[in-house]
Write a protein that binds this ligand. Structure first.
Ligand SMILES: Cc1cc2nc3c(=O)[nH]c(=O)nc-3n(C[C@H](O)[C@H](O)[C@H](O)COP(=O)(O)O)c2cc1C
Length: 228
């Protein structure tokens, strides 16, 4: 599982950083010790070694943190009728990942989702070049801590549901791996994931995957193919 691999790497990097700090702290201690040796005898009772050790502690932790890439996994998704939610939650459980629900301020009702009704909200938005679905929260809490973002959405008329557009365009995915997935009645993922990658403009986007409703086993197998 990638999580373990990442943890091992993190542990290794922290170890390496700690070793570097010990070596440099050792050098510094020697230097300080030789500087401390010069003053008159009256100063000898001072705990000369304690101060440099404390001074090294904080920078050591900072150095280790800087050297460690974010290794958290987030499953972010929008779901109108629950199908994408089912796949997203299965992924999150399998990976022990956090979830973030992309939530429109004005939620989509059943009538809103009526794709056979030309007057429904989605039908109207489909033809609106200026559509913008305002979200309750664009950037997940602690977004910096995630190195991998699974991004789930339903297919609407062959494209990614535009309910996620403001999430995609409103976040900086630099340094993150983004793994798109979608659900649909029958349509393939098509170019929807590439379109989202272009909209984001940042992040390392991997090839996406389409699932049918309730295809939890397929999602589990897919995670295995991805190396998770
Ligand atoms: C507005 C709208 C448009 C849709 N367009 C398509 C489509 O083009 N192709 C398709 O296979 N399914 C289409 N569907 C079906 C959904 O993609 C499918 O039910 C999906 O699993 C819904 O996910 P959700 O339950 O997470 O919202 C559409 C559904 C809606 C509401």
């Amino acid at each position: 599982m990638m999580k373990n691999t990442t943890i091992s790497r993190r542990t290794f990097m922290k170890g390496a950083a700690a070793t570097a700090v010990v070596v440099s702290a050792g050098g510094l201690l020697s230097a300080c010790a030789s500087q401390e040796a010069a003053p008159a005898d009256a100063a000898r009772d001072e705990p000369a070694q304690e101060e440099p050790e404390q001074a090294q502690e904080e920078p050591a932790q900072e150095a280790a943190d800087e050297a460690t890439p974010a290794d958290g996994i987030l499953v972010a998704y929008f779901s109108g009728t629950g199908n994408t939610q089912g796949i997203a939650e299965a992924i999150a459980v399998e990976l022990d990942a956090d979830t973030f629900v992309i939530t429109p301020v004005d939620p989509y009702s059943r009538d809103d989702l009526g794709y056979n009704n030309p007057d429904s909200r989605t039908s109207q938005e489909r033809n609106d070049p200026n559509r913008s679905v305002e979200l309750e929260q664009v950037t997940p809490d602690n977004f910096d801590s995630y190195g991998t973002v699974f991004l789930g959405y339903p297919i609407w008329w062959g494209n990614a549901s535009w309910a996620i557009d403001n999430f995609v365009s409103g976040n900086d995915f630099t340094g993150k791996t983004v793994i798109p997935f979608c659900t649909s009645g029958s349509s393939p993922i098509g170019s929807s994931a590439q379109d989202l990658a272009a909209m984001a403009g940042t992040g390392e986007w991997r090839e996406g995957r389409r699932f049918g409703a309730g295809s939890v086993d397929d999602a589990s197998a897919w995670l295995g193919e991805l190396g998770y």
